[in-house]
Design a binder for this molecule. Sequence first.
Ligand code: PMP
Length: 355
Amino acid sequence: MSRFFSDKFASLTPYTPGEQPKERQYVKLNTNESPFAPSVSVLEAVQKECGKLQLYSDPECVALRRELAAVYGVTPQQVIVTNGSDEILNFAFMAFADAKHPLAFADITYGFYPVFAQLNGIPYEEIPLKEDFSMDPSDYIGIGKTVVIANPNAPTGMAMPLTDIERILQSNPDNVVIVDEAYVDFGGESAVSLVDRYENLLVTQTFSKSRSMAGARLGFGIGNEKLIADLNTIRYSTNPYNVNRMTEAAGVAALKDNAYYMENCRTIMANRAYTTEALLAMNFEVLPSVTNFIFAKSSELDGEYLYRTLKDMGILVRHFTKPRIRDYIRITIGTKDQMDVLLDAFREIRKENSK
Ligand code: PMP
């Protein structure tokens, strides 16, 4: 730390992204990316936009917001687009949480929530998940705080029913409830259908997972017009050109090819079922996932050992050191071939260890 670093960040622990190694070609199952390439029209749209890089992007992202509104059945005024959904989460924390409206989120959830809370000096409460890693909605009923729920949750992959989300919204009318739906397209139930009924609901989603655009950085939020206007106040006070030209064009093209992406999601869901079944047969415990990853624990081998051994074998998965989950590994669901490489590796590791 330099002697110039502001005191207000002295104790900030930044987020640790998953590894993006360059030294070796891994079977990469560690950051929940899509194994499928973007559609051809996305590539063409990006190419076309490259020739206009001398011009700023549209700060209103009119074309993209219009397309999102049509796909999600809302108005463009109910939509904001951001540089990944990480950015909208940060904006939402800035806009809707403070000492009077502290944050509440699960103890096992997306690691960026406590970081954004600390960055913005917002007090937060971490509410333990139940023993089975599900969220207890009654912990959030009438809590009187700005609630953040990853639904489905990460890294567990488990979802909370929409009826419970609705009860949380109803019982906290003076606080915003942020529902982070980064993984909703893999079998979850979206709360977008509730935005016209609850003025305190903000839903966030991303193009990083189901739409194969993690590297383009595109997220979005849907809520009532006034919430979106507040988020735009924050956006115009930080970076009005937060979504670049190529990314906006890619987003529009991806939405026009929605059928391709939703078909890919169905393939991932089938590969998830296949992998889960095979892992259960190898004495793994696998949490019930509605995402493009699974959270699994071997009854024979510890999480850290599995992570390291798989890495040596050229397969990357994610391991977390938090005591409650350190026996688990998080495995991104890839193509069937990738899952077969992983399952064969597990068979080999088990064979070695049974000698
Ligand atoms: N929410 C959750 C729960 C996530 O796991 C992620 C991915 N790391 C994000 C939000 C942010 O993803 P992105 O910024 O790529 O949209």
